[in-house]
Design a protein around this ligand. Structure first.
Ligand SMILES: NC(=O)C1=CN([C@@H]2O[C@H](COP(=O)(O)OP(=O)(O)OC[C@H]3O[C@@H](n4cnc5c(N)ncnc54)[C@H](O)[C@@H]3O)[C@@H](O)[C@H]2O)C=CC1
Ligand SMILES: O=C(O)[C@H]1O[C@H](OP(=O)(O)OP(=O)(O)OC[C@H]2O[C@@H](n3ccc(=O)[nH]c3=O)[C@H](O)[C@@H]2O)[C@H](O)[C@@H](O)[C@@H]1O
Length: 480
């Protein structure tokens, strides 16, 4: 029986390994982590992450061929294939701070693998890493190998949160990079055999190591670039009276461009887009390519611009101040169908409104008060470390209350900001909300999900990203 061990039981390690276990009953999969609460949660009925369909998959395999454990060394020692899916945060200090990937967790995992291994192993990079990381990992493993042979593969993950199980069941592609030696090719085949249990062969792409590593960074950069492109257009739409949804549709029907990932928004969030682009920028700079670095940096700059433009629009529309005013925040997660708040645009928007002394009442169906308070008091990039290494937040932000209902959040509010596109926000009773708000009542839709005409009929002053502006808003231009 092939034994797989995955180091890192997070958003990637957990779902990915659960699906491998489901699709490959003859493979034994152990997911290990240094975080005791995470592993306890994986072994309970309350999984540590919210992901549609995940509970079902875990229930079917857990205890049969899928195990979650903190006994990292034992499971690594026994495995034939070791996936490494640990955090690769942005460095916060030292060389490359604010851009380069921090490979501390990767390095310690690699050293541990070298220490405990007694048999040959395939080590798979599942985390997103800088191109050429495999070379460094190889050095760590072979310098300490005691005659054991290690083959390194790059097998980046392309799942998106909220649709992880769907993406894993039917991936657009699985990418495996390895050494172009007979041993490297043999390792590629061994991993390919695992995926081939459910992924059609023509969707399994094999490349050299560096192409696989770089393709992951490139894919995220291209995706984020599309959002920044449409968001840049949204600003121009507001200035000219064009409608960004119509423009995106017209552009996206060109089959060479395609319709996906053209939804204008308050900005992209999530644990990876910003981190991976900063990483790409750093690699370009290190390789003497400042023009290329500058090009990709612009994707982040537009994203930051979009978030501050939104805040400015809110404040400018409300007589240039939100001081002391209650503002309801609907949605805090970085997208719908996840409770994940890593780099959510809601953090920047809330901080911007708090900076203008607003009082915030926040509702998100999947995010806890504790998480929101931590997010609003944590420093940039501190979130992307294993839980027990994150700084505790001793203070709570007093001007913030977190409630468990959209109607409670909006009661007596001057304005509503929609920051996550949860389906339930589309069907709220907006007449009831209007009746219970201060007047004039404002709605700022950062996700373009509300029916503008209906809300205007009710009496709201409505702003929706990239849509023709209300006369009210036109008179109060927001400068980012
Ligand atoms: N979240 C996502 O949707 C995607 C993430 N990725 C990449 O996958 C990697 C992991 O991301 P997530 O799963 O989101 O992170 P995560 O933070 O949810 O999980 C990482 C886990 O690794 C554990 N860990 C860290 N060092 C360890 C060690 N030495 N030994 C054992 N466990 C250790 C942590 O305790 C944590 O539970 C990152 O490189 C990320 O860029 C790639 C594709 C999608
Ligand atoms: O490497 C990763 O972590 C993953 O990053 C993204 O997945 P994810 O961040 O989970 O979610 P996305 O659906 O890509 O959304 C990212 C952000 O962009 C925003 N977005 C997305 C699409 C769009 O048209 N407009 C838009 O503003 C979303 O609301 C969200 O805030 C990629 O889609 C995955 O392929 C990749 O594996």
């Amino acid at each position: 029986m092939v034994k797989i061990c995955c180091i890192g039981a997070g958003y990637v390690g957990g779902p990915t390994m659960a699906v491998i276990a489901l699709k490959c009953p003859s493979v034994e999969v152990a997911v290990v982590d240094i975080s005791v609460p995470r592993i306890t949660a994986w072994n309970s009925d309350q999984l540590p992450i919210y992901e549609p369909g995940l509970d079902d998959v875990v229930k079917k395999c857990r205890g049969k061929n899928l195990f979650f454990s903190t006994d990292v060394e034992k499971h690594v020692a026994e495995a034939d294939i070791v996936f490494v899916s640990v955090n690769t945060p942005t460095k916060t200090r030292g060389l490359g701070a604010g851009k380069a990937a921090d490979l501390t967790y990767w390095e310690s995992a690699a050293r541990m693998i070298a220490d405990v291994s007694k048999s040959n192993k395939i080590v798979v990079e599942k985390s997103t890493v800088p191109v050429k990381t495999a070379e460094a990992i190889e050095k760590i493993l072979t310098h300490n190998s005691k005659g054991i042979s290690f083959q390194i593969l790059s097998n980046p993950e392309f799942l998106a949160e909220g649709t992880a199980i769907e993406d894993l069941f039917k991936p657009d592609r699985v990418l495996i990079g390895g050494r172009e030696t007979p041993e490297g090719q043999k390792a590629i085949k061994a991993l390919k055999d695992v995926y081939a249990q459910w992924v059609p062969e023509d969707r399994i792409i094999t490349t050299n190591l560096w192409s696989a590593e770089l393709s992951k960074l490139a894919a995220n950069a291209f995706l984020a670039q599309r959002i920044s492109s449409v968001n840049a257009m949204s600003a121009l739409c507001e200035a000219t009276g064009a409608n960004v949804s119509q423009v995106a549709y017209a552009v996206g029907t060109d089959t060479r461009i395609g319709p996906k990932f053209l939804n204008a928004s308050v900005g992209f969030g999530g644990s990876c887009f910003q981190k991976d682009i900063l990483n790409l920028v750093y690699i370009c700079e290190c390789n003497g390519l400042p023009e290329v670095a500058e090009y990709w940096k612009q994707v982040i700059k537009i994203n930051d611009y979009q978030k501050s433009r939104f805040v400015n629009r809110v404040v400018a529309s409300m007589f240039n101040t939100v001081s002391g005013k209650k503002v309801a925040i609907l949605g805090f997660a970085f997208k719908k169908d996840t409770g994940d708040t890593r780099e959510t645009p809601a953090i920047d928007v809330c901080k911007g409104l708090l900076g203008d002394k607003g009082r915030l009442s926040i509702y998100d169906p999947q995010v806890t008060e504790d998480q929101i308070q931590r997010d609003l008091s944590m420093n940039k990039f501190d979130w992307d470390h294993p839980l027990h290494l994150q700084p505790m937040s001793p203070t709570t932000v007093k001007q913030v209350s977190v409630v468990w209902d959209a109607y409670e959040a909006t009661k007596d509010a001057h304005a509503v900001c929609i920051l996550t596109e949860w389906d339930e926000f589309k069907t709220l009773d907006y007449q009831r909300i209007y009746d219970n708000m201060q007047k004039p009542a404002f709605i700022f839709d950062g996700r373009n999900i509300v029916n503008l005409d209906k809300l205007r009929e009710i009496g709201f002053i409505v702003y929706s990203i990239g849509k023709p502006l209300d006369a009210w808003l036109k008179d109060m231009p927001a400068v980012a």
